[in-house]
Write a protein that binds this ligand. Structure first.
Ligand code: ADP
Length: 584
């Protein structure tokens, strides 16, 4: 039996209290806790003189001995929309300030994350001097927010059915979110990362849904106008970088102020309303493809372990599905590329065959006619024809060599035999080989290579690389000068091929180094789209890189950077032009 008077509160008038603070015998607490009255008596000093077991059950905390600023430890008084009440507005604080609070429903967020709605009645208790000495709070639980009843196996089965029906990956994502809304939360979104330049990735909202139609449109508007920014600290980037689950208990006003990019952003965030958020990574085969996020406008209901587990499993399945859809798309694209390539390759292989067989047939006829007439075949005519034959045979064998190289590269069988050589001499030799063809095309060839640039490379492969670049410069820049320059920069050798031809559009500059990629129409220029791919593969096998810069319509410059390899120190020093690597 607890009596207020026996708790050292002499002078405090608590007539109705004695009966109320009694914890009588009766049914177990759990079955009567919702009906019974909680009673709390707190002195102005913060000393808790009464805190019965119903109160402990209502607030979900053990009996405190002392509280600061009228705050019950771990509990938050919140408005019915979930936003926290200012500390001075809670019934206990108001009663301590001398203001009685009538029996209206109050929402309390308990330390375990559950919410309870309490009918509270709080009165100031005055001492003999008329001053407020304590506050008496009585609570009745009106309703406890039920735990969500997740039917995990049904939801996963439905998700499986959705994800299994189509390969049009993203079309299935919104229906997938319908499984989560409202079962898990009032809103859900699926964010995918689109790889950009390093550290410059873009996050894209692939699907979003809100149970409330007004908020659904608002959420769409918000996400379209202010897409998630991976550089803003908070739950989202953490999900992407660490692959860990992110939680945001509530998007409070402080959060809004912290993350809003401008006033309009803040307005939209506020209008969508306060939400708690659980975001889980879409992880597949070691990659984080994005995040699946559930928004809960009822922030008083925290996400439970079972819900987190379910969401993680669903995110994993979704990620695998997206990954498989990507692989399927890529496989289809590869088949399409292969078919297109076969078309181009047959055309390319046939092109030299036509003049070749015409020339041979013509020669054959002439030989037969001349032999019948008992005349000799004029040597200049034969030489002329053989010239054509040889050119076309060379072109054919070049095409076949390219095809063989690609299959060697694909099978990882590109072997290099390294030896010491001078890149400047290699460039001079290749330019010499092209001199006749260049003169015929009216192209002036120039070489700027003031000093030898020695390194260890595979001669044939290096020649092939330089040949590819020079032949492209002649092909796409016919009639305009082509300059090849060679220089050393410390441990690097550089070779640049500059032409003044058709140039390359910025979007194509990276693509053209891929297999079968071309940036010109095959009606105007023949080719298999393999030369630069092979060039890049060889250069990378040397440990170097190849790149291109261009102004469309004004020409292109292809730049090779090759490590000079393990060569004697004096070669590095004697013939190195001053450059950044050296001056360091
Ligand atoms: P191909 O010349 O057989 O098409 P490449 O792999 O050598 O194949 O080149 C790929 C594409 O790059 C070409 O189709 C062309 O669009 C572009 N390209 C290469 N070199 C140049 C250049 N010097 N000027 C303009 N475009 C070029």
């Amino acid at each position: 039996m607890m009596r207020a008077e026996s708790l050292g509160m002499s002078g405090i008038t608590t007539p109705a209290l004695e009966a109320r603070v009694t914890d009588g015998d009766g049914p177990p607490l759990s079955t009567r806790v919702m009906d019974a009255e909680g009673v709390v008596l707190v002195e102005c000093t913060g000393r808790v003189t009464v805190f019965n077991s119903q109160a402990a059950a209502h607030f979900g905390i053990p009996v405190p001995l002392h509280i600061e600023h009228a705050r019950l430890p771990g509990c938050e008084w919140v408005r019915d929309d979930g936003t926290p009440l200012p500390p001075g507005d809670s019934p206990l604080a108001r009663a301590l300030a001398g203001e009685p609070v009538d029996a209206s429903p109050w929402h309390v967020l308990r330390p375990d994350g559950t919410r309870v709605v309490l009918r509270c009645n709080a009165v100031p208790v005055r001492g003999g001097d008329g001053q407020v000495a304590a506050a008496l709070l009585r609570t009745h639980a009106v309703e406890a927010v039920p735990e969500s009843l997740l039917d995990v196996s049904r939801l996963l089965a439905e998700a499986g059915a959705l994800l299994g029906t189509s390969v049009a990956a993203e079309a299935q994502l919104e229906p997938l979110l319908k499984l989560l809304v409202p079962a898990l939360g009032e809103g859900a979104l699926l964010v995918l990362r689109t790889p950009g330049a390093v550290g410059d990735e873009v996050l894209r909202v692939a699907a979003s849904l809100h149970a409330d139609s007004g908020r659904h449109a608002l959420l769409r508007d918000l996400l379209t106008r202010y897409p998630p920014d991976p550089s803003v600290p908070g739950g989202l980037p953490q999900v992407f970088t660490s692959g860990a689950v992110g939680r945001l208990p509530i998007l409070s006003e402080e959060h809004v102020v912290a993350i809003a990019r401008d006033a309009e952003h803040a307005r939209l965030l506020r209008e969508v309303g306060p939400h708690g958020c659980l975001s889980v990574p879409l992880g597949a085969r070691g990659n984080v493809l994005g995040a699946l996020m559930v928004l809960r406008s009822n922030v008083l209901r925290s996400f439970g372990a079972e819900e987190e587990h379910f969401l993680t499993e669903l995110a994993h399945r979704t990620a695998l599905y997206l990954e498989n859809a990507r692989l399927y798309r890529e496989a289809r694209e590869a088949v399409r590329q292969r078919d297109e390539f076969l078309g181009i390759a047959s055309h390319e292989l046939k092109t030299p065959l036509t003049p070749l067989s015409l020339k041979v047939q013509l020669l054959q006829k002439q030989v037969v006619v001349l032999a019948r007439e008992g005349k000799d075949v004029p040597t200049d005519r034969v030489a002329d024809a053989l010239d054509v034959v040889q050119r076309q045979v060379r072109r054919l064998s070049g095409l076949v060599d390219n095809l063989l190289d690609v299959s060697r590269i694909t099978a990882g069988r590109l072997r290099l035999e390294l030896e010491e050589m001078d890149l400047a001499s290699v460039a001079a030799e290749i330019l010499y080989r092209f001199s006749a063809a260049a003169a015929q095309a009216g192209t002036e060839l120039g070489l700027e290579a003031p000093v030898p640039v020695v390194g260890r490379w595979d001669r044939l492969r290096l020649e092939q690389v330089v040949t590819n670049l020079v032949s492209n410069a002649l092909k796409y820049g016919a009639g305009h000068p082509v300059i090849v320059s060679v220089e050393a920069q410390g441990t690097l050798a550089r070779l640049a091929v500059k032409d003044h031809g058709i140039g390359i559009a910025p979007d194509d500059l990276v693509r053209i180094f891929e297999r079968f990629e071309r940036a010109v129409s095959d009606r105007h220029y023949g080719g298999l789209g393999l030369g630069l791919y092979i060039t890049r593969q060889i250069v990378e096998a040397f440990g170097g890189k190849v790149s291109a810069v261009s102004t469309p319509g004004e020409g292109a410059t292809f730049l090779l950077e090759l490590p000079r390899g393990d060569i004697p120190e004096e070669w590095l020093v004697a013939h190195a032009a001053p450059g950044p690597t050296q001056s360091e």
